[in-house]
Design a protein. Structure first.
Length: 265
């Protein structure tokens, strides 16, 4: 049995081998997941505002909303799936989130626990939305390309912090490398030495190539999806035509039988 990362961390979602109803419900619940993720971030923002307290009504309401959504999702999908044991084992993180939400019922300080709960919630929401992301990463070796680019980013930022006096720390170097390799170029951190500018020129050229590869890969994925949809429609039309041809053959056979009976009379 092949295990995925989402299964290991307890965020597998609905198994691909489940019934169509469960898969359809799992897909429909992805959209409110995005809203819950945004609301979760808003909860952190509300908590960090001046004068906000753990007992703030807005924060408590958002915590209840997050917990209630995970409870509703778990109950709905448990009702829809055929293999409930497989669903619970593959989504044990949802049960952990629901258990952590019990802090809402207790009259004790629970700010730290709810922060962990929100972190798990965001992780669960993002992982459940990762089907399209995983397909994108697998297409045309895009995942390997991004891994290589990450190491280039890491090495370039650290190296620039060494060779250029205007970039003081590796973190500043990483930020500079990120905005450079993506061709954004905010200009808040710039190299001033000759060696730094030469290295920046090389990195800019690599960034142009990277953006081109990413754009081409994403475009190819969308074109591939359209072609698959068109091929599926053509296959369905061929099946309909074959079914019509069979019906015509049966009608012709019946008509020939009727004519033969008429002639015999």
């Amino acid at each position: 049995m092949q295990l995925s990362i989402s299964s290991v961390i307890g965020l597998a979602g609905v198994h691909f081998d489940e019934n169509p109803r469960a898969r359809r419900l799992g897909k429909l619940l992805e959209w409110p997941m995005l809203m819950i993720a945004a609301i979760t971030v808003m909860a952190w923002y509300a908590e960090t505002r001046p004068g906000a307290t753990p007992s703030d009504g807005r924060v408590t309401l958002i915590d209840w909303l997050i917990w209630g959504f995970f409870l509703a999702e778990t109950l709905i999908l448990l009702w829809a799936v055929d293999n409930r044991r497989r669903y619970l084992l593959g989504n044990w993180c949802n049960l952990l989130i629901l258990s952590g939400g019990l802090l809402l019922f207790l009259d004790i300080p629970h700010t730290g626990g709810l922060r962990v709960l929100r972190l798990l919630a965001i992780l669960a929401l993002l992982m459940n939305m990762s089907v399209s992301y995983q397909r994108l990463m697998e297409s045309h070796n895009l995942g390997n390309t991004l891994v290589v680019c990450f190491f280039i980013l890491l090495v370039s930022g650290t190296l620039m912090a060494v060779i250029d006096p205007n970039i003081e720390t590796p973190l500043d170097g990483l930020w500079w490398a990120w905005v450079t390799i993506t061709t954004v170029g905010y200009g808040d951190i710039v190299p001033v030495s000759t060696a730094g500018r030469v290295f920046a020129s090389v990195l800019i050229l690599m960034g142009i190539g990277l953006v081109s590869v990413l754009t081409a890969t994403i475009s190819a994925l969308f074109i591939q999806q359209d072609e698959e949809a068109q091929n599926q429609r053509l296959i369905e039309q061929e099946h309909r035509i074959e079914a019509l041809e069979e019906q015509l053959h049966r009608m012709e056979s019946k008509l020939d039988q009727v004519l033969d009976e008429v002639r015999q009379r």
